[in-house]
Design a protein around this ligand. Structure first.
Ligand SMILES: Cc1cc2nc3c(=O)[nH]c(=O)nc-3n(C[C@H](O)[C@H](O)[C@H](O)COP(=O)(O)O)c2cc1C
Ligand SMILES: [Fe+2]
Ligand SMILES: [Fe+2]
Length: 399
């Protein structure tokens, strides 16, 4: 267990590392776990910002006591976000400090009732309101629908620390360090911030943009989010990444997502990939829906400008795991992608038709030819695959 760690004068990280949970929100894989970050401000009034998942309550309370000792009490518990990965220890904290006041906005109060049956000891704050702790002052920025309706951020004015909730947060436990500049392989965490963003927050990109503009003039020193590293070395870097992602700015690369049971669709995939490589496209990511969890595929689709889907027909429809991916993507707000389609079928097909409908609903640009093979690919079909690769490559190069 990492002990409580000061992140500024009288401000402590009191988060926990979760190495047990296999799937975040019961869906997103956690190959290297996840951290639930919580923070404590010691002042004339003691404030805690967010808590941790319920399973970690005991360890969490120990950390609070590690800072406060037995005599000091918690005065305020600020709920930036009530999703239970952050509010799960609320009851445990309340039982230990029965006089504390919960701080949230109007929607938080509604959720405190519906999730926890709590209707008293709540102070409702408005956007831009300030909570005075003595030397530290917390200013609240309500950021609705990033990614829950009650979401808000808290800004500590003295150290210029933004407690940003899930915004800027990512998967991965905090092992080598908790600060960005203590971690050698910070690229890994940045990738995991993109995965968290694309899987969970990205759908609400318009609201993320609103939230980013509300904090644009704060001159932030430290970003302390609810997951992943505390960004103190160069907070502007993670802000600019988040800004680019939520503006749907992409890199010139291709994600090629395919399924194949017996190799027919796979051969087509290989022809397309060779063609892309021959055209000098280096950023090509091949994903197999049967082997790669959609969490990573969604991340890559969020990153790159072009996406090519290939699927065999299965019981008149898309291959089931491809269907799952498409259904998830259809409920996202991923814009302006260049797309290509291919597939293989045995008798009357269906997969490519579904893919075509999907791309049309997404309003993505569709690059012809759409290549469909009855059974094994003939030389003509392979030539069409090569042509598809060339045309996608030329779209990327002309951008
Ligand atoms: C369980 C199963 C269900 C299938 N259902 C259909 C179907 O409904 N319509 C069709 O045209 N082909 C169907 N096929 C045939 C495949 O789409 C075809 O063999 C295709 O070439 C498989 O591509 P693959 O080798 O990349 O897996 C089915 C094949 C299997 C194994
Ligand atoms: Fe969340
Ligand atoms: Fe979260």
């Amino acid at each position: 267990m990492i002990k409580e760690i000061p992140i500024a004068e009288n401000i402590y990280w009191i988060g926990v590392n979760d190495r047990e949970t296999a799937l975040f929100e019961s869906i997103w894989p956690l190959p290297r776990g996840v951290a639930y970050n919580s923070y404590l401000i010691m002042d004339e009034k003691v404030a805690i910002i967010d808590t941790v998942k319920a399973a970690f309550s005991l360890e969490y309370l120990k950390k609070i006591k590690g800072v406060l000792g037995e005599n000091r009490k918690v005065d305020y518990l600020i709920i930036n976000h009530i999703e239970p990965d952050h509010s799960g220890s609320l009851r445990a904290v309340l039982e230990t400090y029965p006089d504390l006041i919960i701080i949230g906005n109007k929607k938080t109060a509604d959720f405190l009732n519906s999730f926890y049956g709590i209707t008293s000891q709540i102070k409702i704050i408005e956007n831009d309101e300030i909570l005075d702790l003595g030397h530290h002052k917390l200013r609240f920025f309500i950021a609705p629908m990033v990614h829950w309706p009650e979401t808000m951020m808290s800004f500590e004015e003295r150290g210029r620390i933004l407690f940003s909730g899930d915004v800027f947060g990512g998967f991965g436990t905090l092992d080598e360090g908790i600060f960005d500049n203590e971690i050698e392989n910070i690229d890994y965490y940045e990738d995991e911030v993109l995965r968290y963003f694309s899987n969970i927050v990205g759908r609400y990109s318009v609201m993320v943009q609103k939230a980013l503009s509300s904090i644009a003039d704060l001159n932030i020193n430290i970003i302390a989010s609810t997951h992943g590293p505390v960004w103190r070395d160069n907070p502007g870097h993670i802000i600019s990444l988040y800004d680019r992602w939520s503006r749907q700015e992409t890199e010139d690369g291709v994600v090629l997502v395919y399924a194949s049971m017996y190799g027919n669709t796979e051969k087509m995939m290989e022809a397309i990939v060779r063609s892309l490589a021959g055209e000098g496209i280096k950023k090509v990511k091949v994903c197999n829906v049967s082997k790669d969890h959609m969490s990573f595929i969604i991340r890559d689709i969020w990153r790159y400008r072009a996406v090519i889907f290939g699927s065999p027909t299965y019981n008149t429809k898309l291959f089931p795991l491809m269907g799952d991916l498409i259904r998830f993507l259809g409920n996202e707000t991923i814009k302006s992608r260049v797309s290509g389609l291919f597939g293989s079928y045995g008798w009357s097909g269906g997969a490519v038709k579904e893919l075509r409908e999907f791309v049309t609903t997404m309003k993505w640009e569709l690059v012809e030819p759409v290549v469909e093979s009855k059974g094994a690919a003939t030389e003509d079909i392979i030539n069409d695959c090569i042509l598809l690769g060339k045309k996608v490559a030329s779209k990327l190069k002309s951008a």
